[in-house]
Ligand binder design. Structure first.
Ligand code: ASP
Ligand code: MG
Length: 428
């Protein structure tokens, strides 16, 4: 089994002791255990901050080596806590655990996992603690460099190890009980979901639900790893992310996601001619700014308004890049609004049934919420609204789609029969 404990579960010595108790209990059942750890509390942020105070432009290689130490600290302490409980254990860095990556510092992707060291330690009866969020570009003696996998990357470490080791269980322990129909801090009636499909989880995570790194969900999907998201402070089974065969029988909207950290940019009265969109978006792409929703209005008298959203953190940079573009194009104005928020409804069933957009817009209208922009995917509808309206909008949508009601799942009678036949029994 592979388990992961997040930074909030390892915030201080007391919490590390609590986690060690949990691991020791699990190990006592006889199961082979690999435990991935994140850095304690806000360690990664603190290290980033420290580097930023030394230089505005830290060397990416050095920064990765620095950041990787956060997970070394928590890994060694968890191993020591297990030793103190009489549980044989060893902590390994990502490199020692066989995580090999490309050389894209700060956002490296796992190329492969060599599980031999981990297997050897498990065979020797040890619980193996692995520093998450990191790997190395090659074997040590080949002049390897340490890389990190991007923020939240220990989720990806966890799922990659579960896939490679063919673990029968993969559990992510965090400070919430699982995946909810909406953020419980925003919507009091939010309900814990026992199961969610990979595709739905991916959309929720992309649209702002912060429970798991999206790459980890993708990796789980591709490799068929079922991922349990649970609280390290309770015994609740949490939410299982997996292929959901009953998706069409469940409530067609599975949950809401929101994101406050977006900003809207509008180019007013840009000339309506070929090449304009490219002139606007190419410099943003070059600067690594992720443009999300794009709306271009119908043109009037040869000009049109072009609006789009970006992460709020990139707003100042985007303005700097776009001011000369706006002047060059002869557009009238560049306006920005950082007081917006994004709210989405997500559900795999949306694609099979009409009327979801109308219901969403109706619920927002009844709540007096103005919609500024709209975008959709096959299983999602997203609106940009004023940030002040976010809570009201979330509560209204949660009610409108009856998300507080537990899902009634009627197992289709044909399914078990079909499965038995496929398994080879002589069904009459
Ligand atoms: N410690 C890293 C971060 O804060 C990785 C992780 O927590 O998964 O982003
Ligand atoms: Mg973290």
């Amino acid at each position: 089994m592979v388990q992961k404990f997040g930074g909030s579960s390892l915030r201080d010595a007391d919490r590390i002791s609590h986690v060690a108790d949990r691991i020791a209990r699990e190990r006592a059942t006889g199961v082979d255990l690999v435990v991935v750890v994140s850095a304690m509390g806000d360690t990664t942020d603190q290290l980033l901050d420290l580097a930023a105070r030394i230089t505005r432009d830290p060397d990416p290689r050095e920064l990765d080596l620095l950041l990787s130490t956060g997970e070394h600290i928590s890994g060694t302490l968890v191993a020591m806590a297990l030793h103190a409980r009489g549980v044989p254990a060893i902590s390994l860095t990502g490199a020692q655990a066989g995580i090999r990556t490309d050389s894209a510092h700060g956002r490296a992707r796992i190329a492969n996992v060599d599980p031999s060291r981990i297997r050897g330690e498990l065979d020797a009866g040890k619980t193996v603690i692995v520093a998450g969020f990191q790997g190395s570009t090659a074997d040590d003696h080949l002049g390897a460099d340490i890389t990190t996998l991007g923020r939240g990357g220990s989720d990806t470490t966890t799922v990659a190890l579960a896939a490679r080791l063919e673990a029968d269980r993969c559990e992510i322990y965090t400070d919430v009980e699982g995946i909810f129909t909406a953020d419980p801090r925003l919507v009091r009636e939010a309900r814990l979901l026992p199961v969610i499909g990979y595709e739905e989880m991916l959309e929720l995570a992309q649209q702002g639900a912060q429970v798991m790194q999206t790459r980890a969900v993708e990796l789980g999907w591709v490799n068929g790893v079922e991922i349990a998201v649970r609280s390290s402070f309770s015994e609740h089974p949490g939410t299982v992310i997996k292929e959901d065969p009953f998706v069409e029988q469940r409530n067609k909207v599975r949950g809401l996601a929101h994101d406050r950290k977006v900003a809207k940019v509008t180019l007013v009265a840009v000339p309506d001619r070929p090449g304009v969109a490219h002139a606007v978006f190419a410099p943003l792409a070059e600067a690594g700014i992720n443009v999300d929703m794009i709306v271009q209005n119908v043109s009037h008298a040869g000009t049109t308004d072009l609006s789009f959203t970006i992460p709020e953190a990139d707003l100042a940079k985007a303005k700097r890049l776009l001011e000369p573009v706006v002047r060059g194009l002869g557009a009238k104005d560049l306006t920005t609004d950082a007081a917006v928020a994004k709210i989405s409804i997500v559900g795999a069933g949306i694609q099979n049934a009409p009327g979801y957009a109308a219901r969403m817009f109706g619920a927002l209208a009844a709540a007096g919420v103005n919609i500024e922009m709209i975008s959709t995917s096959e299983i999602r509808i997203t609106c940009i609204i004023s940030r002040d309206d976010l809570e009201r909008a979330a509560v209204a949508l949660h009610r409108a789609f009856e998300l507080e009601r537990p899902e009634a799942i009627v197992e289709h009678p044909a399914r078990p029969v079909a499965r038995r036949r496929a398994a080879g029994s002589r069904a009459s």
